[in-house]
Design a binder for this molecule. Sequence first.
Ligand code: NAD
Length: 469
Amino acid sequence: MDQPIGGFGGNALHDSFHRMFEISRAEPPPTLEQRQDRLARLRALIKDNEKRFEQAISADFGHRSSTETLIAETLSLLGDIKHTSRHLKRWMAPRKVSTQLQFLPGKNRLLPQPLGVVGVIAPWNYPLQLTVAPAIGAIAAGNRVMIKPSELSPHFAALLQETVAAKFDASEMMVTGIEAGVAEAFARLPFDHLMFTGSTRVGRIVAAEAGKNLTPVTLELGGKSPTIVDRSADLDEVAPRIAYAKLMNAGQTCIAPDYVLAPQDRVEALAGKIWGAMQQMWGTDPANPDYTSIIAEHHYARLKSLVDDAVARGARLLQPASADDAAWAGKRKFPPTLVLGATHEMKIMQEEIFGPLLPILGYSEPTEPINFINGRDRPLALYWFGTDDTARDQVLERTVSGGVTINDCLVHFAQANQPMGGVGASGTGAYHGEWGFNTFTKMKPIFYRSPYNRFADLYPPYGAKIARL
Ligand code: NAD
């Protein structure tokens, strides 16, 4: 197709946007067949370049487990596209809405319409998933899409730009450059909808910029996702599930369990079992190809400072090696670290960890975890383990979070029919499946008047007509 490759900064960015914007206003909404064709091209883009994406993402990380790229990015997206294509006809159909008695036999309908041009700003941690999944919803809803990948994923960004340009006209979907200044300029464009995935700090900036254009935003942000282990839980079952979710992508997962709350007298036993499960799954050799590197030096240094601060304040560590060990640091692989005796004053309990560090804290009363969680920002995810349904339901009723998995971690993200999104500081709005379609759609309410409606009975002069109401 005719897209230029390379920087899309400065004027090129504005020109691309305005072309897309004008076409979105000039042309009728894409038909079902056109949308399905775009989804099919997106699918082919992923399938044809599966290995290249895997390599590009790995080059950006230093090393990224190829299996994790396959599971968490490629296969998950192909499943999303299949699900969306299969249900799109029904989602696009006008929806019936009931009509009050006094307006019968008139009728109500909701007409789903594309918004126009959707902007997508994505992070680096699952770069393919978090650029393409929003695009699936936006394309399905009939929009045109501009994507801004992260500057920490240069190999991936160049490949996405090249492959999108090969399969799509620049007025359908395009990928911007990632050079300095593009992110800020992108957030200032008057999109019909802006979808941002990234940190809460940058989310605030993006929301403020979008607000100046009255551009609605979906914010998929981060935060500290708690895991509660109830007294009724079987620690042998719990441990591998937490260990897996924490070390997948070396903890650089927005919905990774950030910290664990366990009954005080079971903390040691749980830590021992999680530690054992981590060693069984990943071993202690930094050369293990299943274990992913930390994306950049400054993130490695940030994780080290969280550990140093915790130790300086009296925490105890379970670690296969120090983060300064050359075999680990040289590959930017951060040794998996369990942190015992963590306290609220420690930095590790104040900011999102986003790495393979897991503080395990003890509680005495069952209501303590609820109060602890409710005293902080609303989390993106919450995990609860146990068999006591009353204790479980109390946590479900009394805490508010973006999503929940019971007796496992991460799995709610993979549900095709569930909305993915945060609440409060962890985000606003949601997507995935029909929820994504709805997010990028204007549901236009329409009332069809019937010849038999007798509204004229109420026209002035009102006189006694109104008195009869
Ligand atoms: P980040 O906020 O630093 O960057 C995200 C994106 O914002 C990047 O593309 C970046 O270039 C862009 N950006 C930076 N400054 C900008 C500005 N002033 N205006 C417009 N855009 C700007 O986040 P990150 O480090 O890439 O990703 C990690 C964070 O993302 C974590 O907090 C994680 O929890 C969160 N996250 C959330 C989800 C979710 O679904 N809720 C998924 C993945 C990651």
